[in-house]
Design a protein around this ligand. Structure first.
Ligand code: ADP
Ligand code: MG
Length: 658
């Protein structure tokens, strides 16, 4: 073993810097927090190359006295804490006195600052934490930090940086969070000179949410205000019907500080028990305030984890406040509660709008008329057209068009749209025995299907005939639970998961990229508003979106204008798909092209597939059986099995015959 010796201050600083400064986003966070602590009402954040070449944060706060400027960059130098007992009640965002030391240790940094009312300002340049002389400078009141060439002297850390766009997205996420934590501060974010976020700083949380999380999110919120046992809870939560695919949109602030807390997540989600769809998560922006001595913020270097003295009180306050607000929103007349008085611009209330027809539905429709209506809607094949994948060509996929989550998709029959025509064909009848076994009419049904007018299209009809004429080694025996196909082959009985099988087929087809993705032009372009991070990551991946059949363009300030979509995507699913895609891209490091492509493949394959629970036509199920039985399809893209075999022997054993 080498000798034990104390590290030089320089090495110690680099190690300490690693804890605080992980990536550009951490620098951005510390610098904005300092600006807010300095009483700024406006902060501008500029990033170049994802912050790797420049991070500049300018505020109009109190400024720093020239004589104290070098001190600010020493470790454990702070103006926010004096005595040990101060630690018990921290009211500022910073207190560790480490950020400036850490940031300057791993960058080339310039600071310009002028105190309120001072004649002159001062500037200081540091290289790797080593300061030059303090110089007089003419600059506006407030402080500007310019951090250049982050990690230039720590190549090991530099290696871990993702692409510029991933770093910029991470920083955008942090900026959005801080904007939400301090609606009274106007935050402006410019990425490579382009404004990506600008909150008004009018003190209204909803204004900040609108700017930082996007219009779609802001318009589907319920206001929350309440608390108990010294804990105050206020903010906004998503309506139960506006649940998200993951927890990325759950934002909690404790005493103005963004925190991550499993306790708060649980308290929120329990309030949605029995009203949130399975697999969906509520979103929120919740401000929780409690006496400073009831919370310990000094447990994590990045200060995102805190300890609560009374966890039960906190859980109960959040849980009940959210639950009461959701109850009140669902039954407005029953709960004219004072806590629902909206002091800020009232968000639209689609919960009521959506629930109203539902209660009408149950009041006005008895079971018989419902069945009749459902049967009538089943008889309309034209409204049940599923898009044809190029590979499955002329085979017909259709489903229960009455399902609310999937409105019937039909191409507008616009004669001037040259890329598509509507053709009609008659699939051959199934062999009589098969039809009888499956309990379906042998009568051929006419279906309307869409085709691209590629020369290949006419060739698909003969292919269909050839397929149907070929004797199959298996027999289609039926479908159960609207999800599992039953097929028989010799002494084997097969259960096939129709969604998993179709998803796999779509996945393989898209992955092989053998055929160009067909696109349908939207009659009216669709404006999709997205939260800052999501918007940024989709913009970054526009070429990939295009490759998969989308035609979308940047419409500025969080809005994507979608003009075309993949032909096998339901028009009603565009918004949901883009939201899901962006969320997945963000969580899976989507700025890496291979990872992004993978996310895209999975999402699009899933969205283009028939779902468990949908009513399917036997002819479409047979296509799936054919693919599965040929061995072409084994597992769904998520690794779940597509088929399960039961042998005759196993069945006989169950019935005690064998
Ligand atoms: P901390 O924020 O934990 O005190 P920092 O290293 O982030 O530690 O900052 C050190 C000190 O520098 C702060 O306590 C504050 O006095 C001063 N400072 C930093 N940024 C600003 C700013 N934007 N405006 C005014 N003072 C600042
Ligand atoms: Mg600080």
């Amino acid at each position: 073993m080498p000798h034990i010796q104390q590290l030089s201050p320089h090495v110690a600083d680099l190690i300490a810097a690693g804890e605080v400064v992980e990536r550009p986003a951490s620098v951005v966070k510390e610098l904005i927090e300092n600006a807010i602590d300095a009483g700024a009402s406006a902060v501008v954040v500029e990033l170049q190359n994802g912050g790797m070449s420049l991070i500049r944060v300018t505020d109009n706060g109190c400024g720093i006295a020239p004589g104290e400027l070098p001190t600010a960059f020493l470790r454990h130098a702070t103006s926010k804490l004096r005595q040990p007992e101060d630690l018990a009640a921290i009211g500022t965002l910073g207190f560790r006195g480490e950020a400036l030391a850490a940031i300057s240790a791993v960058s080339r940094l310039d600071v310009f600052t002028r105190q309120k009312g001072a004649q002159l300002g001062a500037s200081l340049h540091l290289e790797g934490g080593v300061p030059g002389p303090v110089e007089e400078a003419g600059c506006p009141e407030g402080t500007t930090f310019a951090v250049r060439e982050l990690f230039y002297n720590t190549p090991a850390r530099l290696k871990f940086m993702k692409t510029d766009s991933a770093e910029a997205s991470a920083a955008a996420g942090v900026i959005a969070q801080i904007a939400l934590s301090h609606p009274e501060v106007s935050i402006r974010y410019l990425r490579d000179g382009k404004e990506e976020l600008h909150t008004p700083g009018d003190g209204k949380l909803l204004s900040a949410i609108y700017a930082a999380r996007g219009r779609d999110f802001a318009l589907r919120l319920t206001e929350v205000e309440g608390g108990g046992e010294g804990v105050s809870v206020r903010g906004f939560v998503t309506e139960p019907l506006a649940g998200r695919g993951n927890r990325a949109m759950q934002t909690f602030f404790c005493c103005g500080r963004m925190i991550k807390s499993a306790l708060l997540t649980a308290a929120l989600e329990e309030a949605y028990a029995n009203r949130q769809m399975k697999g969906k998560y509520p979103g929120c922006v919740l401000h929780i305030d409690l006496p400073l001595h009831m919370v310990d913020v000094n447990v994590h270097p990045a200060k995102t984890v805190v300890k609560f003295v009374n966890e039960r009180a906190l859980f109960s306050a959040v849980h009940h406040t959210v639950k009461d607000a959701l109850d009140a929103a669902a039954n407005p007349s029953l709960f004219p509660s004072a806590s629902q008085t909206v002091s800020q611009p009232a968000p639209a209330k689609p919960v009521t709008a959506v629930q109203q027809p539902r209660s009408d539905f149950y009041q006005t429709m008895d079971a018989k008329s419902f069945r009749e209506k459902a049967a009538a809607s089943q008889k309309k094949p034209a409204a049940s057209v599923m898009p044809l994948t190029p590979e499955l060509g002329s085979r017909v996929f259709f489903h229960d068009s009455g399902r609310p989550q999937r409105p019937p998709r039909q191409m507008p029959e616009v004669p001037s749209a040259p890329a598509y025509t509507v053709r009609t064909f008659t699939p051959p009848p199934p062999p009589a025995t098969e039809a009888k076994a499956a309990g379906v009419a042998a009568e051929p049904v006419k279906h309307t299907v869409k085709h691209s007018v590629e020369p290949a299209a006419p060739a698909q009809v003969p292919e269909q005939t050839a397929f149907a004429a070929k004797p199959t080694p298996w027999r289609f025996a039926g479908e159960v639970l609207h999800t599992y196909i039953i097929a028989e082959d010799g002494d084997n009985v097969w259960l096939i998961d129709k969604h998993a099988a179709h998803e796999r087929i779509n996945f393989d087809r898209m992955k092989a990229n053998a055929e160009p993705i067909m696109r349908q032009q939207l009659l009216a372009p669709l404006a999709v508003d997205l939260p800052q991070e999501q918007y940024a990551v989709l913009l970054e991946n526009l070429p990939l979106l295009e490759e998969f059949g989308f035609e979308a363009e940047d419409f500025g300030t969080g809005c994507l204008m979608v003009r075309g979509i993949p032909s096998d995507l339901d028009t009603g699913l565009v918004r949901e798909t883009l939201e899901e895609l962006s969320e997945k891209l963000l969580t899976s490091g989507g700025a890496d092209p291979a990872a992004a492509r993978d996310v895209m493949l999975h999402t699009m394959a899933c969205k283009a597939s028939i779902k468990g629970g949908w009513t399917s036509d036997p002819s479409e199920l047979k296509v799936l059986i054919e693919k599965v039985q040929s061995g072409e399809v084994q597992y769904c893209p998520h690794g779940r099995p597509v088929k399960i075999r039961l042998t005759k022997y196993e069945i006989e054993k169950m019935f005690k015959r064998a």
